[in-house]
Design a protein around this ligand. Structure first.
Ligand code: SF4
Length: 489
């Protein structure tokens, strides 16, 4: 649900990053990587970058801003070579400047290394201290550089596969990586598979991407998801890939929010179309807390698939509920919209969303969205609908209440900022002025996604995480690697 905070107009939880890796037979890989990054733009709008390798040397272009602003034709043309990795980023670990923009690249005795990371390590400080003690100098405070240095150190002593395995044994947390070592492109997913990463086949090569929508954009075919704990090495000549299952974990910890909000609805994760999962979540919502009203309407665009599933299930049950688009979105209120005062922030919702009076006036309304973070926008939307004559406004949310922050790379909010952090559902309903409010249960989420709760990360809605995080509870037996302190000289 949107909140209108000055530095984050959408107020939504923000995905940290999107990653791409491309290996082609002969043509340059920069242009397809650029298109793939466009398809992943929703995963990060702060910076965009591509690193290529032409068989002799690495080329890179990394800029702040959207993909379309960060690159012009000359920039793409200058990136020679048939292998590439790319990245779009929203910062969560590390500062908001170009030093943390990715791909991170480094030249060392063992060759040239480039890294694109989606996720967040929870033991980056320990690994960084260890490497700093061994003489590594860091140029950023981000966790991706930690992975790059660790891998570079291993590559001086070992082959590629063993080096990646060794790094995986030292880092703990969430990571989907595309890596380029000289002209070899690799993909790695953490043993719990927290962030998505998928393999696609093109006419003349292979692609790795955070989401399948990037593969569609390149007219490719989905091969399969990279498995949790797996290393995939694309052949330099684009002819195929090798797979190494480096780490096995008993359970996965896929971020359920990828299905609820982050991923594009047209993406396929683990063979499930995200749009259909969202419709199923809407159907579950009707089954758990459906209430018959004159109209069911989504908060655009995030609530649309949920509302469609909810309305369909309602009609199958014989409810006289009509699905209607009752809120219209102004698409030109961009992310850079500055709202310096509280009054301006309050007005922002009217600039972004306008109700269609005739759809709402004199009606009972169910308003559907995927989440409520701070509650500011929910309150304003309920008020807006009542101002134009809604008799009742019932709010239904297609996910459980967010009660805790995310440590795995999602910019959520602090516990204090979260409206559900310290109050009951009835209390929240009162605060946002709704006649009733219901969230979806974690059981229903598991049912709609088709995975056991033991194989999902539900940390932000249960407060129990699938990783060993300082000061937080865990929902499973997880072992954080012990990083040996540097030896005394
Ligand atoms: S805590 Fe929430 S947002 Fe973060 S990875 Fe887990 S499910 Fe996803």
């Amino acid at each position: 649900m949107e909140d209108g905070r000055a530095d984050r107009p959408s107020g939504k939880p923000r995905e940290k990053c999107g990653v791409v890796g491309v290996s082609l037979a002969e043509r340059d890989a920069a242009l397809p990587t650029y298109y793939a990054l466009y398809a992943l733009q929703h995963r990060g709008q702060e910076s965009a970058g591509i690193v290529t390798h032409d068989g002799f040397q690495q080329h890179q272009h990394v800029e702040m801003g959207l993909v379309g602003d960060a690159f012009d034709q000359d920039d793409v043309d200058a990136l020679r070579g048939s292998t590439a990795i790319g990245h779009v980023r929203y910062p969560t670990a590390g500062s908001v400047d170009k030093d943390c923009a990715q791909p991170f690249s480094v030249s060392f005795k063992g060759g040239a290394l480039g890294l694109s990371h989606n996720g967040n390590l929870v033991n980056a400080d320990e690994v960084r201290d260890d490497l700093a003690g061994a003489g590594h100098a860091f140029t950023s405070d981000g966790d991706t550089e930690v992975i790059a240095h660790d891998l570079a150190r291993n590559l001086l002593e070992s082959d590629l596969v063993r080096s990646v395995k060794h790094t995986m044994s030292r880092i703990h947390g969430s990571y989907a990586l595309t890596i380029m070592h000289d002209d070899t492109v690799l993909g790695v997913r953490d043993p719990q598979g927290n962030r998505p990463l998928i393999i696609g086949e093109l006419d003349d090569g292979y692609v790795l991407a955070s989401e399948s929508s990037a593969i569609d954009t390149l007219d490719g075919e989905i091969v399969r998801d990279v498995r949790p704990g797996e290393l995939v090495v694309l052949h330099e000549d684009g002819s195929g890939f090798d797979s190494y299952q480096l780490v096995e974990a008993e359970n996965t910890a896929h971020c359920f929010f990828e299905y609820v909000y982050f991923a594009r609805p047209d993406s396929v994760i683990d063979e499930e179309l995200v749009y259909e999962v969202r419709r199923d979540l809407g159907r579950e919502l009707w089954a758990e807390s459906g209430t018959e009203t004159d109209v069911v309407m989504p908060v655009p665009d995030s609530g649309r698939a949920f509302a469609s599933g909810y309305a369909e299930a309602a009609s199958e049950d014989g409810a006289a509920t009509e699905f209607a688009e009752g809120l219209m979105k102004n698409r030109y209120v961009g992310r850079t919209f500055i709202m310096p005062t509280q009054e301006a922030r309050e007005r922002a919702v009217r600039l972004k969303l306008n109700p269609i009076k005739s759809t709402v006036e004199g009606k009972t309304v169910t308003l559907i969205d995927d989440s409520i973070v701070r509650g500011t926008t929910s309150r304003q939307l309920v008020q807006l609908l009542k101002d134009v004559g809604a008799e009742e406004v019932h709010v239904r949310i297609g996910a459980p209440a967010i009660v805790a922050p995310c440590y795995m790379g999602i910019d959520m909010a602090t516990r204090e900022e979260l409206i559900a952090g310290d109050q009951s559902v009835d209390g929240i309903a009162e605060e946002i002025g709704a006649d009733s409010l219901s969230y979806l249960s974690t059981d229903a989420v598991s049912e709609a996604i088709g995975k056991s709760k033991d194989d999902l990360c539900l940390g932000c809605v249960t407060g129990e995480y699938p990783y060993d995080i300082d000061g937080e509870a865990t929902d499973r037996d997880v072992e954080r690697p012990t990083i040996e302190p540097p030896a005394d000289d």
